[in-house]
Design a protein around this ligand. Structure first.
Ligand code: CP
Ligand code: NVA
Length: 304
């Protein structure tokens, strides 16, 4: 049966751990020009309905390093669900491509695409989740901390697709997850409840920043207004003013805490330049690891 990667919970805890080890191995092999040829000339569809630097470049490069090719497609060509049903798009694309990767607004569209596709579908970001980011982030944490288990992770800012992805990761990997956000910007309630019910990790929502970040091993943030909601920048600036990652806030985390951001950053809003470019920041390692973590995901779902 084909395997999709729409959420980190599509992998078991064991599979996530194996995949992170594989990503580190693939990173070393890439440096030696020894990436496995798992795609063997196969072509990946990269459908983008939103902007991207890291995701597009890392998938384009990753497919080539695995011996494959890509076709970049925007909604101008497909008009998903308008010009043609999601079902028919899935059936047609399955006849051309080895993998279909998609970044779009509606998570349900991606679920629908995967349901009807005969080849694996990879979620490159929806309004609900960004699982590929989390795989690269966990690889980065493993490299810097030597473990991914039982760390205190503080997520500060908008309750968005990254916050939801962190909670999904907490359903698979034990952690002490603290979310600092305003009452108006809470993450997905269903995912929060499910994470608590699974009970593997502690998850606490704070309406102020200091208690969330206290003694954290990892301090994480993301933009306050995601793609598709940039009209809310001023409003979010007011709602989340107390949740900026700045030197005063980071001082409450552990001395050896790492600071993470999925990027792109809006410097001066959710993070200050002092922190973003400080020795504690691992943001460019995260960007680099997207390449290797995603190759490991592709190897896994293609059965390589
Ligand atoms: N972090 C991330 O997904 O970046 P892009 O939006 O540039 O792909
Ligand atoms: N939450 C952000 C992440 C960008 C990588 C967005 O969806 O725009």
């Amino acid at each position: 049966m084909k395997r999709d990667f729409l959420s980190v919970t599509d992998f078991t805890s064991e599979e996530i751990r194996e995949n992170l080890d594989l990503a580190i191995e693939v990173k070393a092999k890439t440096a030696r020009n020894e990436c496995p040829n798992v795609l063997n000339g196969g072509v990946g569809a990269l459908i983008f309905h939103k902007a991207s630097l890291r995701t597009r470049c890392s998938f384009e490069v990753g497919f080539r390093q695995l011996g494959g090719h890509t076709v970049y497609i925007t909604d101008k060509e497909i008009e998903l669900g308008k010009r043609e049903s999601v079902h028919d798009v899935a059936k047609v694309m399955s006849r051309y491509f080895s993998v279909i990767c998609i970044r779009t607004f509606s998570h349900n569209d991606v679920v629908e695409l995967a349901k009807h596709s005969d080849v694996p579908v990879v979620n490159m970001l929806t309004d609900l989740l960004h699982p590929c980011q989390l795989m690269g982030d966990m690889q980065t944490i493993l490299e810097h901390k030597g473990t991914i288990d039982n760390l205190k992770v503080a997520y500060l800012g908008d309750g968005n697709n990254l916050t939801n992805s962190w909670m999904r990761m907490a359903q698979r990997i034990p952690m002490d997850l603290h979310i600092g956000t305003s009452p108006q910007t809470l993450p997905d309630e269903g995912i929060l409840e499910k994470t608590k019910k699974v009970g593997l990790s502690q998850v606490t929502v704070h309406n102020e920043a200091i208690s969330a970040v206290k003694d954290a091993d990892v301090v994480y943030t993301d933009v306050w207004a995601s793609m598709g909601e940039k009209d809310k920048v001023a409003l979010r600036g007011k709602q989340l003013a107390g949740f900026q990652i700045n030197p005063d806030l980071v001082a409450h985390a552990k001395k050896d805490a790492i600071v993470m951001h999925c990027l792109p950053a809006e410097i001066g809003r959710e993070i200050t330049s002092e922190v973003m470019y400080s020795p504690q920041s691992v943001v460019f390692d995260q960007a680099e690891n997207r390449l290797h973590a995603q190759k490991a995901v592709l190897i896994k779902i293609l059965g390589g």
